[in-house]
Design a protein around this ligand. Sequence first.
Ligand SMILES: [Fe+2]
Ligand SMILES: [Fe+2]
Length: 315
Amino acid sequence: MNKFIDHQIIARKVHFDFSQTPRHWVPNDVLATHVLNSMHVLLPAVEHWFCRLANKTLPYVNDKNLKADIRGFIAQEAAHANAHKGAEIYFQTHGIDPTPFKHFLEWMFKDGFMGDTPFGIYGPFKRYSKQWLAFRMGIIAGLEHYFCFFGTWVLDAEGLEHADPAMLDIVRWHGAEEVEHRTVGYDAYRALAGDHLKGYLGRQLSMSFAFIAMVGFWLGASVYLCKLDNTPEAKRISRKNPLALIWAFQQTAKQKKSLPDLVMILTALKGWSKFNYHPEHDGDVKKALAYIANSPAAQQVAEAYAQALAAKMNR
Ligand SMILES: [Fe+2]
Ligand SMILES: [Fe+2]
């Protein structure tokens, strides 16, 4: 732990049961359902990439508290990726198969554009491996800035109150842990790039890339899932042009409150652009930890563990 996180970050055991989840699990809201479903498609590859890069950052970190936080971060992100993989049963039940896109993402983050030696190009990426790592850790810090923003939003999202309980729990549990470890990616980036002008400019460059990639992949994955969903409303959404889709997103955010407001998403960049920005002031950690303690998925595992222990004692 360090001065920004007053407890050790750990991966928690959770179990989500999506076997009863309806196709459109945000009731009467196909767009919000698939915009949120895109997490299950995008995040396993993205968060495994976070784990690999955070692990490569460890040798550059001298502070033993930050090292412990990074190890906790890796454990949590791996648990998130695995939890989202569990949504495969939901996709299978409803005849939606995003496997080709998931394979593409795995390739892109391992061997493609975001890999250590993109497309097998060794020379510059080996010679400047620390700078390449710092640029990509800056992207991770930028994405973590947004994951904390989305986590803060989802814990209070009124428009999701009547959503399927298992899906609502995974998005809130994940969001809460993003709020909990909000400083780690940023501090790992600082360990590589420093706090001075170079580090500041580097994180602005990384965020420019992270923001465009996040918006592009998020909307792209949402449209892709709508294309795979054979219901008329999903097909109608999948035929929208990008501007009409952004408009529909914003209308849903304003009227149904089942998606975050685009103006708020844009203004979240303001804090990041400040020279002395640090994510320690983002999100409400107490609220996040309270959700984690009461999450149905965590309680289910705790109850199963208590029952197994009681059965063992009675033997
Ligand atoms: Fe995560
Ligand atoms: Fe995270």
